[in-house]
Design a protein around this ligand. Structure first.
Ligand code: SF4
Ligand code: SF4
Length: 203
């Protein structure tokens, strides 16, 4: 008997009922329409301070600090497929209809739930519960007690490094608006669930 993803409780609405796979929500959300606004602002530590992401728990972070943990990769805005029998989750290159493929930003973050009700708000509990957050995700890294990578804008000071390092989804997606669900399996990709071999956690 096929089952639906227990870690994506809102995923069922778009599931093809007669298929072996289920479409998981196109995303968890980018936490802000401009998640990098705080880079260079109060989210950044003073030079002689331990960075906030190394000294605070997820629960202790301010909203500005929380939002700045998003590296802007947009990997979480990609659709995923889950095998109903095995529970295996695979990524696709099919992006949420609101994702701008060039900038990796949500086109209408304040009103996104009017269009994408499955866009899951991230909070500390959700971050620790979702099994499919990308291994490069800033929230997942901190939740697992790891450090941010060199290309994270909080480390590099440059919002472009996530793109330059080949981490982001920029230029690598197709819109779900253009792809029928029956064809999703043709767009399965591995890279959203991978860390480039040349990369190593900083610190
Ligand atoms: S609505 Fe779509 S593009 Fe916007 S944050 Fe959610 S998944 Fe990403
Ligand atoms: S995967 Fe994590 S870091 Fe990347 S856009 Fe989504 S929330 Fe932000």
């Amino acid at each position: 008997m096929p089952v639906q993803g227990k870690d994506a409780p809102d995923a069922a609405t778009s599931a093809p009922q007669d298929a072996a796979t289920v479409v998981l929500p196109s995303s968890s959300p980018l936490p802000s329409s401009d998640p990098l606004l705080s880079v260079g602002d109060q989210a950044l530590p003073a030079s002689d301070e331990t960075p906030f992401w190394k000294r605070l728990t997820l629960e202790e972070m301010s909203s500005t600090q929380w939002e700045s943990l998003c590296d802007g990769c947009a990997r979480c805005c990609l659709n995923k497929l889950e095998d109903w029998d095995t529970g295996e989750i695979v990524w696709t290159a099919i992006a949420c209809e609101l994702l701008d493929d060039e900038t990796c930003r949500c086109r209408d973050y304040p009103n996104r739930h009017d269009f994408v009700p499955d866009c899951i708000p991230l909070d500390p509990e959700t971050v620790r519960t979702l099994t499919w957050l990308p291994p490069t995700c800033g929230y997942r890294l901190i939740a697992e007690g790891r450090d941010l990578y060199w290309w994270h804008p909080l480390v590099s000071g440059d919002p472009e490094t996530v793109h330059e390092a080949g981490i982001s989804a920029a230029g690598r997606t197709v819109s779900e608006s253009d792809i029928p669900v029956e064809e999703y399996e043709e767009f399965i990709v591995a890279w959203p669930g991978e860390i480039p071999e040349t990369e190593a956690p900083k610190g």
